[in-house]
Design a protein around this ligand. Structure first.
Ligand code: GTP
Ligand code: MG
Length: 220
């Protein structure tokens, strides 16, 4: 679809990205920081699933829409994750560096993910591990860089980042890493093939398809 009204044409990619991990690890906070540049100490558990959209002007030719699925930590004990994971092409698993139990649960989340969603060629979806709340003092394996790297290699994570939603540490970097991986997979597997007609969109000076249609929007 390529109606031009002043600006250049961009190739558009829509990627569904999951954010999962134990209760209170900071999933919602990471998304709010990333999309809305906002942080609150006030904790309200997510119920079920929440959504946000981040629009990234990746380069001169590429617009990325990240549809972020913020899945409640309590969902690990429910049956809904299979429904939520459907058609996702990327994932963040989040743990809290101050609570070892949340790291121990990472493997359970990864197993749940890999058993319920795959790329069209059957391979696991790329997953980046986020060691969140790094503005606070750390506990356990996360204090050892090389052990963390080995852990990620052994368990099929793309990589890991220490993050802080509070202090805005490494969230953009982690997202860039995951997007790079999803673009690579897209080139190999043509993940967006069902949207081919919509692949080319016009971005005009009034906003065009890059403009917010609601409050859940941000563009870097
Ligand atoms: P559920 O929705 O229950 O699964 O939790 P969640 O993973 O979405 O956690 P949420 O983002 O609601 O954060 C839980 C608490 O941790 C809140 O009080 C946040 O303010 C706090 N928090 C989140 N990220 C950080 C961080 O990077 N540093 C610090 N110090 N606190 C954080
Ligand atoms: Mg939440």
């Amino acid at each position: 679809m390529a109606a031009t009204t002043g600006g250049g044409e961009k190739r558009e990619h829509l990627y569904k990205v999951l954010v999962i991990g134990e209760l209170g690890t900071g999933k919602t906070s990471i998304i709010k920081r990333y999309v809305h540049q906002f942080f609150s100490q006030h904790y309200r558990a997510t119920i079920g699933v929440d959504f946000d959209l981040k629009v990234i002007n990746w380069d001169a030719d590429t617009l990325i829409r990240l549809q972020l699925w913020d899945i409640a930590g309590q969902e690990r004990f429910g049956n809904m994750t299979r429904v939520y994971y459907k058609e996702a092409v990327g994932c963040f698993i989040v743990f809290d560096v101050t609570r070892v139990s949340t790291f121990e649960a990472v493997q359970k989340w990864k197993n749940d993910l890999d058993s319920k969603v795959q790329l069209p060629d059957g391979s696991p979806i790329p997953c980046v591990l986020l060691a969140n709340k790094c503005d606070q003092s750390k506990e356990g394996i996360v204090t050892n860089q090389s052990q963390m790297e080995e852990y990620c290699r052994d368990r099929g994570f793309v990589t890991w980042y220490e993050t802080s939603a509070k202090e805005n540490v490494n969230i953009d970097e982690a997202a860039r890493c995951l997007v790079t991986k999803m673009l690579e997979n897209d080139r190999k597997l043509n993940l967006g093939h069902e949207d081919k007609d919509k692949d080319i969109v016009a971005i005009d000076n009034q906003g065009g398809s890059g403009k917010s249609s609601g409050s859940k929007f941000a563009c870097c």
